[in-house]
Design a protein around this ligand. Structure first.
Ligand code: URA
Length: 424
């Protein structure tokens, strides 16, 4: 590969120029090997933050992220594959019922997930609240589980998109995460390397999402759909509301409990609606003719869940951990619930111990927030609004402070539609 002068390329991007495909490839390859220093890549990421990237350079940049590591291949599985990625939200436990549901529809789901950082929980943290369950699988174990169960949710191995691991860690400490081209290439680089045939994106917008504005979320969704499609992966995005938390729980074991309710045919209406909408998209993108609502009602998704958990050492029948301390918050006045703010609920759950401040911090399996009301409900003074759960009582006051701010009782309240748009 041709070598370039890094400072020249930083200046080019700073001044609003475009990298050639070769320059974009070189930058990622040279940063991965350490030839480009962190301080240079920091400046470059900030320049991209301010001046953006055109489609062609972004496609080359993303391809270079994919090429920095291994690419999984499920083409010999004998079944089509589909995966889902959510940009993250409060109470977003959808992956848990979705993966076994889609597997029960006849589509294999290789779901590589992460741990939570900040106010949104990670899927692996949630599943680790199930006694015995383990997140790390070898590629051979993952492949075998896809053949036997049809669904696997596990940690991404270190061989997948190493350029992104390095770049994401750098962006995290240099204020350069919130850039549409950098987010899109980071997510799509990993998802394409994972080898899925179809990909459905759940791009969230609202107070509890990291794209607060609908317009930016839409641009992110469109950019990711273009990148996936150009790489030969059937890609569809749903733009969904994250002003209000999903479902009635935020916190690891609490969310697993809610996911199991959905698999058993119950659960909150919004969680069921989004699970079915994403399942329909995945099944359709994979070219399989099945109705996820029928499959859910038949109990086959629950069977797939039990097998998926057991295959990774978990006991699906074991009781989930319960927090040692619980506190109920009640309404101070009567009225209608006009708002349940996702950001504040996420913050409360995080302060109670459900999330981590640094990558290496442990999380409490049982900590979190359980909501007893929905937007639009009328309440009387003294009625329970939510329960706070934690193992460490000194966390309770700070959790309560955020939880109190989360709920607004006023005149009239309605929630905007959960699914705002579909982008393909
Ligand atoms: N998630 C990712 O994987 N990458 C980003 O850049 C942002 C969110």
């Amino acid at each position: 590969m041709h070598a370039y002068d890094t400072v020249e390329l930083i200046r080019l991007k700073r001044d609003g120029g475009r990298f050639t495909a070769d320059q974009a490839r070189w930058l990622i390859a040279a940063y991965t090997t350490g030839e480009i220093a962190d301080e240079q890549m920091s400046a470059l990421a900030m320049a991209v933050f301010f001046t953006g990237m055109a489609d062609e350079e972004l496609a080359a940049w993303t391809q270079a992220i994919i090429d920095s590591g291994e690419r999984l291949d499920f083409s010999r599985l004998g079944r089509p594959t589909a995966d889902k990625h959510s940009t993250g939200g409060v109470g977003d436990k959808i992956t848990l019922p979705l993966a076994p549901l889609v597997a029960a529809c006849g589509v294999a789901v290789p779901q590589l997930s992460g741990r939570g950082l900040g106010h949104t929980g990670g899927t692996l943290d949630k599943l680790e609240s199930i006694p015995g369950w383990r997140a790390s699988l070898t590629n051979a174990e993952m492949y075998a589980q896809l053949e036997s169960v049809g669904a696997v949710i596990c940690a991404a191995g270190s061989g997948l998109a190493p350029a992104d691991k390095k770049l994401y860690a750098l962006r995290d400490v240099t204020g350069t995460v919130e850039s549409i081209p950098l987010i899109a290439s980071s997510i799509m680089g990993k998802k394409i390397a994972e080898g899925t045939g179809a990909l459905v994106l759940d791009v969230k917008t609202g107070s509890g999402a990291f794209m607060k504005e609908e317009e930016s979320a839409r641009r992110l969704a469109e950019t990711m759909v273009r990148l996936g499609t150009a790489a030969g992966v059937t890609t569809v995005a749903l733009l969904t509301d994250m002003d209000t938390p999903l479902g009635r729980t935020a916190g690891n074991a609490l969310e697993v409990g809610e996911a199991v309710e959905v698999l058993a045919g119950g659960g909150p209406a919004d969680v069921v609606e989004l699970t079915l909408a994403l399942a329909r998209e995945m099944v359709q993108a994979a070219g399989v003719d099945a109705d996820p609502a029928d499959v859910l009602a038949s109990g086959r998704a629950m069977d797939a869940w039990r097998r998926m958990i057991a295959a990774q050492g978990g006991d699906p029948a074991a009781p989930l951990p319960v927090a040692r301390h619980q506190q109920v918050l009640t309404a101070t006045s009567k009225g209608t619930i006009t708002r349940i703010d996702a950001w504040e609920v996420g913050l409360a759950a995080w302060r109670l111990g459900a999330g981590r401040a640094r990558k290496e911090d442990p999380v409490q399996a049982a900590a979190g927030v359980e909501l007893h009301v929905s937007v639009g409900d009328t309440v009387r003074a003294g009625q329970p609004l939510l329960t706070l759960h934690t193992d460490t009582p000194d966390r309770m006051a700070r959790g309560e402070e955020a939880a109190r701010r989360a709920i607004t009782i006023g005149g009239t309240g309605t929630r905007r539609p959960l699914i705002l748009d579909r982008i393909s």
